[in-house]
Design a protein around this ligand. Sequence first.
Ligand SMILES: *Cc1c(COP(=O)(O)O)cnc(C)c1O
Length: 392
Amino acid sequence: MTYLTHLECSKCRKEVAANTPQRLCPDCQKPLLARYDLDALGKVWNPQTLVGRESTLWRFRELLPMASMSHAIRLGEGGTPLLHAKRLGKVLGLEHLLIKDEALNPTGSFKARGLCLAVSRACELGIAEVVIPSAGNAAGAMSAYAAAAGMRAHVFMPRDVPLPFRSECEAYGADVTLVDGLIGDCGAAAKKAAEAHAWFDVSTLKEPYRLEGKKTMGLELAEDLGWKLPDVIIYPTGGGTGLIGMWKAFDELERLGMISSKRPRMVVVQAEGCAPMVRAFEEGSDEARPWENASTIAAGLRVPAAVGDFLILRTVRESGGVAIAVSDRDLTMGQHELAACEGVFACPEGGATVAAVKRLVDTGWIEPTECVVAFNTGTGLKYPEVRTEGVP
Ligand SMILES: *Cc1c(COP(=O)(O)O)cnc(C)c1O
């Protein structure tokens, strides 16, 4: 089963017990990371171990935190396709453009991976009620997993959230509170309610296990590519869990002897109307200042201040990557191109990665023969207000 040993602070390295519910580091309030006994696992784990296992993220269960699979809530998460985008690649001038299509997850986005693990582990540790502030996919994913676990879900959303995101939570039986204000105001309201009622808050990186769920994207990429990694990974970044999680997966696979030390260049893509990581990257800072008046149609990228800012920036720099911002117009065009060339109707965040690939190929930062993985993080079907008609 699991090789989880303890949790470790990503900043001050304090060690914390993993067998009781934990949120941030008790000393410095930074994210906690799950640590495994990789030396022991390395002795028994090899590519053969995975043969014949189900094609969901649970195929990597030794590297996941569940003590027992009896509390694992399974809706078919992970195991998403890695599509060779031949037609779009040709348009953009790339031979090996791959799309990791996360829209095929339960609830239509990769948020299912993180919340599957956060909710399953909370359930295993005896928690009965979970709460989240969210302007989009995270709320639906948490509500679905809580429903399947028989747990109570509390969601705080901005009043102007697109209807599909809200109806979905209500259908799963979540208790939805509409907040007059932005996601920051929802965060404050959720925090207050969590403290008042002793609900467990599963906000991005404020508990350790969403990261473990998102990490499985990195494990899948490595396995799908025959235990070699691509040259470049393009990731639409809000809170950055997927980016930080994939880097953690690569560290663990290298420690296990499954991959070499050759890593992809990690690219952070944000929207011009909310690009705190891009600004910090360009300024050479280790942390990001909060973005004022954040605005973009890509709700998953509307994160003015990320708890894991220093981890995102460290990963991009260590990998030799870059952080770039694209306009809402360009990301909408990217959405259109991905749909028309490849039959993948992406969310606006997925469109942003296509816009980024185009820019980086045009400037020569990506070479035509390089293997590039671009993430489509969710389905386009939940954004009825986004129009792609008339876009060239
Ligand atoms: C949440 C979200 C993102 C951003 O993901 P992070 O890992 O928090 O950076 C991107 N795309 C979609 C569709 C999302 O829902």
